[in-house]
Design a binder for this molecule. Sequence first.
Ligand code: SF4
Ligand code: SF4
Length: 352
Amino acid sequence: MHALQFDETKCLHCEGQDCLAKCQYIDIETGGTAREMVKIARGEDSFILHECVTCYACEEYCPMGNHPFYLIVERQEALGISPVPRPLVTRAVNLGIPFRGEPVVEEINGPLLNMAAFSELTHLIEGKLFEGLPVISTDGRKMFHYFCQLMYLHYARSSVIKERLPGIIATIERHKPTKVICFHDECYGTYASYCPAVGIDVPFTPVHFYEYLYNRLTELKESIRPIGLKVAYQRPCSSRLSPDKHRFVGEIFRLIGAEAVQREFVDENALCCGGTILGQRREGSRKRAAEIQKKNVEDMKKAGAQVCVFNCPACLQTLGGMVAREGIRPVHMSDLCRFAIGETPRGWEVQE
Ligand code: SF4
Ligand code: SF4
């Protein structure tokens, strides 16, 4: 039940594509990828399973839609190879239990915004961009009824995701949404990429947050005043699961008159915020995370960014202080969009 669709014959015939040769965290010789992926598909151990920092990027790198990262995680779990110290895995898995208590379910019969576990960030969905949009989220008692669970990929726990997801999807469906706008692109990746990959049925249409923002900004085009700021974008790991939606970053920037600075670590070549690597059990992980963060922030600075735009609240928490110390303002994309239509997001009063 819920078996991952992975076709090893695709690897045997994808010569030259080399998803793992693009990996920024593992050294693998060109041509070696297919051999390692076939080994992993056959249930064998591979150094990849031990060295993967769970950045999700090979999901984007594979041009054959073959889900190399989902396979790596499944095999890590099957072989007991945990990227994170085991007590932390247990704590994290217990934290996100979704079915404590009954959620209050209201039938919407229209689009709704799923804030998932980010109920404390409702200040990011205020104003005209979100007017009249019903919201569902974890409630104040920390009942994770809408939390997509996909973060357990970082903990080599596909089984937890597969066990909990059908119930979460059923809870969302009880609201009778026509569309589910996903505040976090990890949720979007769950419903648009992970569920089809493992055969979990999704009865609603997920919408990426940036696609929603772009469409709302287009409707409110008359209110936009070009912001004229030089911006860098911190791409989150989960955006690798929906690379077709990444284009909305550039489209939103164009619409609001932001100038995307020319960087080395951008788009497919983006670097992770380092948050996941920091908590891993491999020797030297903290040092490695610090090096990646330094490289990333220096790249933004060198490119002349005034603002670093975040999608993922966890990336913002991890890297926000560091970019701020370099004189680059960390902001969430929705706040930047609100600013562009003349609103004052929380904490922006001094900027006006
Ligand atoms: S996962 Fe994709 S890119 Fe990687 S070896 Fe297999 S088919 Fe090729
Ligand atoms: S998830 Fe990232 S670190 Fe792991 S193998 Fe894929 S590209 Fe490399």
